[in-house]
Design a protein around this ligand. Structure first.
Ligand code: ADP
Length: 428
């Protein structure tokens, strides 16, 4: 975290220092060049006035100026140059500032020389007799002006770097300290950053679920065990009378229920932990569905339920063991919470990156209040409790986990006014 805070502060500061430096250099250089051009213009105008009064006096005058003064006649021949011998200079008739001055009265030009790394400013003015007076001056390029200030800038950057290190260390400690002192047992009791509120609420929710789950697990295991030990105790004391057969059957039923609950808890915690190696394979969802239908066909026949398979083959990458568990629980529920001579319809089709499976039944249905809760662990609707339908209340929790594991969704709706319809989408 310290590294991250340091990096953020350091990068931002360095970017800002560099931008500020470049902006200053740009404005500074702009100002210099504006001043040069203005001086050049003023000087040219003054000299032009002097020339127009008497050209011969002008030609005899010796000028002490930093600017180069060039007098060019209307044909472009150089009559006078303050820095070069005018005879050695070639005809200037094609120089842009000369051409413009002849045509428009005055002209301004700036030429940059890559090789010399300098910029030459020109100002040319047409004189009364048609000749042109041109003044020019040389200035260093922006880069040359900036070079001397590189060392102080580097120095500033090093200071910024050190300050960032100190600030980062201080900030990290200030930010991290309250986090290290959070009371994770009572997350909502912490008075800390508002930004941590969603995290703490999430933690609180999970703590609640964990506590409820432990309480439920104990309850769900204790109930059948109490009956088993009760019946066993009666039989151990030989108090069962003629009920040996009935009591032994009760012990068998309760132990089976206990075993199923334990198996479901193990499946859920495996999915919860995510530590178990679950391998993705290329699977055919329809084949998995057919396996499930085969193993549930006797159960369906026994309850007089017709299974209608409308699936088509769909392939994708998935953990076949989990897909099997999803299909098994949903179809088993559709049979279990049905009425005699009822139906279960199964559709399966490809939907882009997803496979969509719908399991519909014309059974007892789920009321709207229960629909909100059926995916909770150990939730069983009153209907299923009162009608003594065997179950652990963990099947749909396993389904939901399995669907989330495959980055999918599950939706429950009513079907035919009295049945239920579960639609799941699994990412292929
Ligand atoms: P179990 O079936 O072991 O009780 P589940 O988690 O599979 O647990 O289901 C939770 C509850 O949802 C069931 O007790 C039942 O009330 C309801 N339920 C699930 N599937 C159906 C269905 N197809 N029709 C009606 N009720 C259902």
């Amino acid at each position: 975290m310290k590294k991250k805070i340091f990096q953020s502060i350091a990068i931002t500061s360095i970017i800002f220092v560099t931008i500020a430096y470049l902006l200053c250099a740009f404005f500074f250089y702009n100002d210099i060049s504006k001043n040069i051009r203005l001086t050049l213009k003023t000087e040219t105008n003054a000299l032009a006035k002097y020339y127009n009064e008497d050209p011969s006096v002008f030609l005899e005058t010796k000028f002490y100026s930093d600017s180069r003064i060039t007098l060019i006649n209307a044909d472009g021949n150089v009559l006078y140059d303050s820095q070069y011998d005018s005879n050695s200079l070639i005809n200037h008739s094609n120089r842009p500032e000369f051409v413009d001055a002849v045509n428009f009265g005055s002209a301004e030009r700036t030429r940059y020389s890559d090789t010399l790394n300098e910029t030459t400013y020109y100002y040319a003015l047409r004189l009364n007799d048609g000749s042109v007076l041109r003044l020019s001056t040389i200035a260093n390029s922006a880069l040359t002006i900036m070079i001397p200030s590189i060392v102080p800038i580097m120095f500033i950057l090093i200071i910024v770097f050190i300050v960032c290190l100190i600030v980062a260390r201080f900030l990290t400690r200030k930010i991290i300290d309250p986090i290290n002192h959070l009371n994770l047992d009572i997350p909502l009791a912490n008075d800390t950053y508002p930004e941590l509120k969603p995290l703490l609420e999430n933690l609180n929710y999970h703590n609640k679920i964990r506590k409820e789950f432990s309480a439920n697990v104990s309850h769900e295991l204790k109930t059948p065990l109490t009956s088993i030990s009760g019946y066993a105790e009666i039989m151990a004391n030989n108090l069962q009378g003629d009920n040996t057969q009935e009591f032994s059957q009760k012990i068998v039923d309760e132990s089976k229920h206990l075993l199923r609950t334990i198996e479901d808890i193990i499946k859920l915690s495996k999915l919860d932990e995510g530590t178990v190696q679950l391998d993705y394979d290329q699977i055919n969802y329809q084949e998995v569905l057919h396996q499930v239908l085969r193993s549930l066909s006797d159960y369906a026949n026994l309850n007089g339920i017709t299974l209608v398979d409308n699936s088509v083959p769909v392939t994708g990458r998935a953990v076949s063991q989990i897909v099997y568990e999803i299909f098994y629980n949903l179809i088993q529920n559709a049979i279990k919470y049905n009425t005699r001579n009822g139906h279960v319809w199964i559709d399966m089709k490809e939907r882009g990156k997803f496979v969509e499976i719908t399991i519909k039944d014309d059974g007892i249905g789920i009321n709207d209040i229960d629909k909100e809760r059926i995916f909770e662990r150990f939730f069983r609707s009153d209907k299923s409790h009162s009608s003594q339908i065997e179950g652990t209340g963990l099947g749909l929790a396993i389904v939901k986990h399995g669907v989330e594991f495959h980055h999918g969704t599950i939706v429950v709706d009513d079907y035919l006014n009295h049945g239920s319809k579960f639609t799941i989408k699994l990412k292929r």
